[in-house]
Design a protein around this ligand. Sequence first.
Ligand SMILES: NC(=O)c1ccc[n+]([C@@H]2O[C@H](COP(=O)([O-])OP(=O)(O)OC[C@H]3O[C@@H](n4cnc5c(N)ncnc54)[C@H](O)[C@@H]3O)[C@@H](O)[C@H]2O)c1
Length: 476
Amino acid sequence: MKENRRDFIKKLTIGGIGVGMATEAFPMHAFDPSIEQSKRDRKARRRSKNQTFNMCGYRAPKLDKVRVGFIGVGKRGYSNLRQMTFLEGVEIVAICDIVQDRIDEIQRLLSNQKLPAAQAYLGSDAWKAVCEHPDIDLVSIAVPRGPLHARISVYAMQCGKHVAVEVPAIETVDEAWELVETSETTRKHCMIMENCCYDFFELLTLNMVRQGFFGELIHADAGYIHHQELYNKTRDLNMWRLEESQKYTGNLYPTHGLGPVCQAMNINRGDRFTYMSSISSNDFMLGKKIAELAQSDDFYKKYDTHSYNGNMNTSIIRTELGRTIMLQYDTTSPRSYSRIHMLSGTKAACMKYPLPARISVGSDWLPDEEVEKLSDTYMPEIVKKIGDMAKQVGGHGGMDFLMTWRLIDCLRNGLPMDMDVYDAAAWSVIIPLSKWSVANRSNSIDIPDFTRGAYKTNTPLDVAFLDGGSTTVRNL
Ligand SMILES: NC(=O)c1ccc[n+]([C@@H]2O[C@H](COP(=O)([O-])OP(=O)(O)OC[C@H]3O[C@@H](n4cnc5c(N)ncnc54)[C@H](O)[C@@H]3O)[C@@H](O)[C@H]2O)c1
């Protein structure tokens, strides 16, 4: 049956992610950027000498069955765990949260899926016991972003577990190095769960880049533009997203837009980030909204500080090969959802958002039929193979399932991670570096090479995903 344009575009653009950001000029909060910078310089110098072991391309011993412990089973943790209930070769051993209801909800899910109950761990430090659990191979982390992401990841690897950590993986430069060094010394994978890398149009265009359709890539635009009611009381336990926007100024959530363009540009695998600058607008909305709410609801009084992240942050990044990336972050403006995903090469360009996704080889976008033909020609095998199943399982339209399936399949077949610890560090480090640049009149700042030179010889991600593929599906 011939698809109409809407169906076709829907098929290509299945994403639509959820998360979240921050009047007045930028609050300096409690930190002095020049001191922070020199501390960072010292640490970076100390740490930049030699790679202990190269985790890019590393094949860990195969695991016939992957036994998983989930830490943080709120909205995202629930969804990540649910994906795994559809996979053969996975055992959900433990779940951990600070809220009993969340644990109960997961046990109900497991029971509905006819799977055994998981060992439950309750309490803010209970994650340590999950990391120490002798019968767990993989620790999956979905606690609110902040220092816990790196702390739990590092401890889990030290306890001999592979790690799948929600985005972003770190919030300071030091944490990024710690993650890298721990993964290298323990030889445990630390995969950043950047599901947008598995969205269909992103996979299609990645393959087109690999096949030479775009010629040489010159520039990319990426972003996370997602209107979110951060002040909504029912949104997050302890209002963690609102508090994050109250504390920091910069790009607080870079990886959804950045991950896919980094894979297209072979960042850490042929090219690398060298330096960046970042600029933020004032906050014109969040502070006013909170002040308005605080007049009638005491709950908001402590948030009525008029000190919120600027509504729009724009960062620009330059790479070693002389290419550039523009990256935006805005979670407050009433705009339609966008990760932009614009790739500009010497022969062609594409732009996913605003939808519909488009491709050009000259000054006009190609007609739909041409894009459809290109999609048939270039869509990677993984989408042809499990794309329909992924849509059936769901999770941001299917990309979450593709990611989870691939994570488990790689571990079971001893394959390298599609997104390794260097990607986790480089994609997430935009957060602290953007904060520094914004606080310093958009001065540029060096981006560490977390691969310590290995990027020159690391092999690009195999977008054909030809290896493995043995993991089957149940409970559909
Ligand atoms: N990849 C994506 O598409 C995507 C989407 C949403 C969120 N995220 C990321 O996922 C993470 C979680 O976001 P969310 O929306 O699920 O938030 P959430 O608030 O719904 O869930 C966080 C869970 O962690 C629990 N928690 C807090 N402290 C804990 C501790 N010390 N030990 C154990 N559990 C603890 C909370 O009780 C809650 O259940 C964030 O890092 C966010 O950036 C990613």
